[in-house]
Design a protein around this ligand. Structure first.
Ligand code: UD1
Ligand code: CA
Length: 435
């Protein structure tokens, strides 16, 4: 979007989180909540972004450095207006519109930001506020209008008298100003309120007294406006995000049997006709193919790649692991840093010992291998194609089990060469593996 700069306010302490971690760095399904805000602002096409940091500066600064967003430090946390003032030196020459977004409102959609910017531009207002009506508006700034519906001011919770507390229309926090109508009023804001903070929302009254046009846009989807101030609200935001993610997957052809008990992180890719059973957790950076069965009670962690028609059953944990087509990992198994070929059967309770206390080591299992129940595979190891590992075997590290070999025992020793199958390797899988 042309001629729009954004200020992200992320300096607040987040007292109500009761945490040593700065509020905006608390994670929401695998990523810090602030990263959703940055993605949304960028997704709306705004490239010129300044973030205001303060409490827990180093951690937050590091995050913004990685995402290539420039930052300014708010030295004392004197309120949202003071935070915008801190950003001023970074964008004072800017002449267009300035979007202000709060770092603790991570669920706003990019389409909403784009619509807000559009409305602001077409109405020619000095300021356009994003608002909504809440049954229970406690904690949010209330929009005070005159009898003609003109916006006069925003009353914060602590200054809302009893009659104002009945007002259900609230300030979402996201707003867009003409640059001169933001920096002008900033100087006039006082901190004559209970919190002794400079409230950005006081700019509304200042602009209204100057007869400037203040517009508003109602948010479409109520869930977008959740401001995360406490862990309860963090849990609410998590539920909303989880449902959004599940809805998108369901719409794309994935069956999620029980969305309520299933947690799938945003960005996970799952192919059509895959069935996710209840109580499954699928974290970020996971790709699952078509027609797989996953769960119940599966935990699929980052860096996992699953092919087509794979079965991952109950109490299976996979991390940084590739599982290729038609393979079955059906019960009580942990595979970490492994590469498992096609048509492999991993017996119940198989464990890869991928961590030796210092390094994470790889396990490679070839196509059509058969791993017996309760095998312990101490990485790094390589198990050849069509090799067989007997039930309860412990395969020691550094072993390279040849194609077709059978190993058994503790520690596992070679028993015999498995008979060459008449089936050619590149042929279709046996009937039982086809679905
Ligand atoms: C704010 C709004 C309120 C709105 C609500 C929506 C003000 C005064 N009030 O209230 O009208 O309904 O959000 O969620 O803005 N911040 C700084 N520096 C500071 C203080 C705050 O950067 O000195 C940042 C915080 O990190 C946060 C944002 O400003 O991202 C809002 O501050 P917060 O204290 O959470 O305001 P609320 O009480 O939630
Ligand atoms: Ca807040």
């Amino acid at each position: 979007m042309n001629n729009i700069a954004a200020i992200i306010l992320a300096a607040g302490r987040g007292t109500r989180m009761k945490s040593l971690t700065p509020k905006v760095m608390h994670t929401l399904l695998g990523k810090p909540m602030i990263s959703y805000v940055v993605d949304t602002v960028r997704g709306a096409g705004i490239a010129d972004i300044v973030a205001v940091i303060g409490f827990g500066g180093e951690k937050v600064k590091e995050f913004f450095k990685e995402t290539k967003v420039r930052t300014v430090l708010q030295k004392k946390l004197l309120g949202s207006a003071d935070a915008v003032r801190a950003a001023r030196k970074e964008i004072k020459k800017f002449k267009g519109d300035i979007l202000v977004v709060y770092g603790d409102t991570p669920l706003i959609k990019k389409e909403t930001l784009a619509r807000l910017a559009e409305k602001h531009k077409s109405s020619g207002a000095s300021l356009t506020l994003l608002t909504t009506i809440l049954k229970n508006p406690t904690g949010y700034g209330r929009i005070i209008r005159n009898t003609d519906g003109k916006i006069l001011k925003i009353a914060e919770e602590d200054e809302a008298g009893t009659h104002k507390k009945e007002i259900k229309e609230i300030n979402v926090g996201t707003c867009i100003f003409k640059a001169e109508d933001l920096f002008g009023p900033l100087a006039e804001i006082k901190r004559d309120n209970a919190k002794k903070e400079y409230y950005l929302t006081d700019a509304v009254n200042i602009l209204s007294l100057k007869a400037k046009k203040i517009d508003s846009m109602a948010i479409d989807d109520l869930s977008e406006m959740i401001g995360v101030n406490s862990r309860k609200e963090l849990a609410e935001a998590t539920t909303v995000l989880k449902n959004r993610t599940a809805d998108e997957l369901i719409a794309s052809g994935v069956t999620i049997q029980d969305p309520l008990s299933t947690t799938i992180y945003p960005g996970v890719k799952i192919g059509r006709d895959t069935l996710i059973y209840p109580n499954t957790v699928i974290e970020s950076d996971v790709i699952i193919g078509k027609a797989c069965h996953i769960g119940p009670f599966a935990h699929i962690r980052p860096g996992t790649r699953i092919g087509n028609k794979v079965e991952v059953g109950n109490f299976v944990e996979l991390v940084r692991t590739e599982v290729q087509d038609f393979t079955k990992v059906k019960h009580h198994t942990y595979l970490g840093d492994a590469k498992v070929g096609k048509n492999v059967n991993i017996g119940a309770g198989t464990i890869t010992v991928n961590y030796d206390g210092k390094n994470k080591n790889r396990t490679v299992i070839g196509d059509r291998a058969f791993i017996g129940v309760g095998a312990i595979l101490i990485a790094p190891i390589k198990i050849g194609r069509r090799a067989l590992v007997g039930a309860g075997s412990v395969v020691l590290k550094g072993q390279n089990i040849k194609d077709g070999a059978t190993v058994v025992g503790v520690p596992a020793r070679i028993l015999q060469r498995r008979k060459q199958s008449r089936r050619r390797e590149d042929e279709k899988p046996p009937i039982s593996l086809q679905r």
